[in-house]
Design a protein around this ligand. Structure first.
Ligand code: PHE
Length: 341
């Protein structure tokens, strides 16, 4: 029996398992009621007292060792399971590492800027925090005139007339002050208006404005420029129309419509049955604006135009809610990565 105890002891010490079933097999063999160790205990009963003395301790030690090994194998199995549930199935392909995409508004701004750069416009920039002069007064908004209420303004310091610019026309003034004509520039940028946020309007949005000042710049030049832009932008043979409008800084002023991209002028929900969609404001720069920036208004004429980038995106990609641009939903944002380059 002693020899048998030694053999079993060795077997127990070297016993390894890799799953629950194998642990059960171990338990059946060494721990259960019908285990080999219990069989030895049965046989032990019929030994002579002499032999009992020799084997008793060994047999008890064997039983303890078997139980210890069971505990050990149990923890081994638990650790293994934990590791596996943490790592998952190592043979599966890994989850893709999602990287961001260029924001549709940035992409569209680049596209707009690119179109004008091809016809000789350079880019100009200016501050978002402005004074009344650059945002209103130099642009021929008379003091206390209702025209100022066309654009609800966020004031930073009302006493000193410091405000968040309501349009990028302020950059036009800064440019005209610094540079002598010819000037041919576009100004993309962020603008602010105290408006309720809805599906169609936001208090922060983006514009691209442009000016062209030189000798003999005419309304026909403005028309051709915007027609070129609209065709490049929307890639189809669209129609363009000028509707009379009012801006304090341009005279005459116009609002620019393109024929509806969806119904091609027949009338649908997108164009509110009119067949036309508004894309920009424009006009010939008012002589008072040239005068305010010390440009000789007898010698030079110029045109200006301005458009909203969000609005352009809504039209081009038929997006129904302007708020989507600022919600950072990657599912929305990623759709445009390949559309605009
Ligand atoms: N500044 C005008 C606006 O924000 C747009 C505009 C620019 C109109 C230039 C005419 C000429 O609404």
């Amino acid at each position: 029996m002693i020899q048998q105890i030694h053999i079993l002891q060795e077997e127990i010490q070297g016993y390894t398992i890799s799953n629950k079933e194998e642990l059960e097999t171990y338990r059946m063999r060494f721990i259960s009621r019908k285990s080999v160790i219990n069989e030895l205990f049965d046989a032990f009963k019929s030994l002579s007292p002499e032999e009992k003395k020799k084997t008793g301790v060994l047999l008890n030690t064997l039983k303890n060792k078997a139980e210890e090994r069971l505990k050990y194998l149990n923890t081994l199995l638990e650790e293994k399971n934990e590791q596996e549930s943490f790592l998952g199935d190592m043979t599966l392909p890994s989850t893709p590492n999602t990287i961001g995409a260029i924001h549709p508004l940035s992409a569209l701004r680049k596209k707009i800027v690119g179109i004008f750069e091809r016809i000789g416009y350079n880019q100009a920039d200016g501050p978002e925090i402005e004074t009344d002069w650059y945002n209103f007064s130099a642009l021929n908004f008379p003091p206390h005139h209702p025209a100022r209420e066309m654009q609800d303004t966020f004031f930073i310091d009302k006493k000193n007339d410091v405000l968040l610019r309501t349009h990028t026309s302020s950059v036009q003034v800064r440019l005209m002050e610094k540079k002598a004509p010819p000037i041919r520039s576009i100004m993309p940028g962020r603008v602010f208006r105290n408006e309720t946020i809805t599906a169609r309007s936001h208090c922060i949005f983006h514009q691209v404005e442009g000016i062209y000042i030189d000798q003999n710049v005419s309304f026909a030049d403005l028309k051709q420029t915007l027609y070129f832009f609209a065709k490049e932008m929307f890639h189809t043979d669209i129609l363009i129309r000028f509707r009379p409008s009012f801006f304090p800084f341009t005279e005459p002023s116009a609002e620019i419509d393109i024929s509806c991209l969806l119904c091609h002028g027949k009338g649908c929900n997108i164009c509110k049955q009119s067949g036309w969609i508004e894309i920009a404001g424009a006009g010939m720069i008012h002589p008072n604006v040239l005068k305010a920036s010390h440009i000789d208004h007898q010698k030079y004429t110029g045109f200006a135009f301005g458009m909203g980038i969000e609005r352009m995106a809504l039209i081009k990609y038929r997006i129904k809610d302007i708020r989507l641009f600022t919600q950072n939903d990657i599912r929305f944002l990623k759709q445009f990565a390949s559309l605009v380059s």
